[in-house]
Design a binder for this molecule. Sequence first.
Ligand code: G3H
Ligand code: 13P
Ligand code: ZN
Length: 318
Amino acid sequence: MIVSTRTLFEHAYGNYALGAYNINNLEQAMGLFHGCIDSQAPFIIQLSKGARAYTDKSMLEAIIRAADVIFPEALFAVHLDHGDEKTALECIESGFYSSVMIDASHDPFEENVATTKRVVEAAHKHGISVEAELGQLGGVEEDIAVDEKNANLTDPIEAKEFVDQTGCDSLACAIGTSHGAYKFSGGQGIHFDRVTEIQKLLPNFPLVMHGSSSVPQDEVARINAAGGTMGAAKGVDPAQYLPAAKLGVCKVNIDTDGRLVWTRVHREFFRDKPAEFDLRPPGKIFMAEYAKFIASRNVLLGSAGQLEASRAHAASKK
Ligand code: G3H
Ligand code: 13P
Ligand code: ZN
């Protein structure tokens, strides 16, 4: 069942985080739904601009609608990931999305506020919630001088001003993570001191962590053993998801790790069966492996086992 992102956040806040997983095709959708049912977790399914353009947005939306029928037990929200204003407004009008992200974080503060405000006004008229972003995610490396390093992180005072001025419903904060497979060179990780400061100024306000993939080292090793040439990739320590959740991080975005599962499965399959040309056998392996991966992440996020309690909370809000 598709529910509002707001309802999912209300139940999760301070206790666990929802996995927000990007999908691009039906195999990812099937793996995701299976993994979340197996681990009894509510979740967020998110579509990026690139995903919507990969085939056609209506194709992906139809896959999600079909999954909702195939898995009646599932409890999830549908979210636009990294939207620009035009795409966010289009998704709001479509009536299909539970929430949208407006990502104007590359613009100066005032412009970010103005754009986010316009999207919030449109979204709230339709009962849809809005995730905005403040700060710049990037490769924050441990060998960069402290001032320079912190310059990329979300400023807590600005975060409070931004939320007050825009009326957004959740905030993606730059807290040391970055997108993709190459996040950290060494002992770097989430800046918990920064999350703590933000939560102090924005109590009970849902925070979002982008760039949360863990880039499992065994996955990278298997990809490389099967012909890949991935460099020294490193991600977020997944044992840090739950401590972050306790500080108000309600949504943890994971995309890259799913792509690594896909790459490992397909590289190994065609390495071991070079005469094979059927797409279904590796597709089946991928769906099962992705389901296992999702379930393992939900355990670390603390969302595993929360399905029925979250459903009861959603029902009480109707
Ligand atoms: O943060 C970006 C997400 O991983 C989506 O990536 O734009 O390649 O679909 P994408
Ligand atoms: P990763 O690249 O770490 O998976 O982050 C995904 C993300 O933030 C999607 O918005
Ligand atoms: Zn992101």
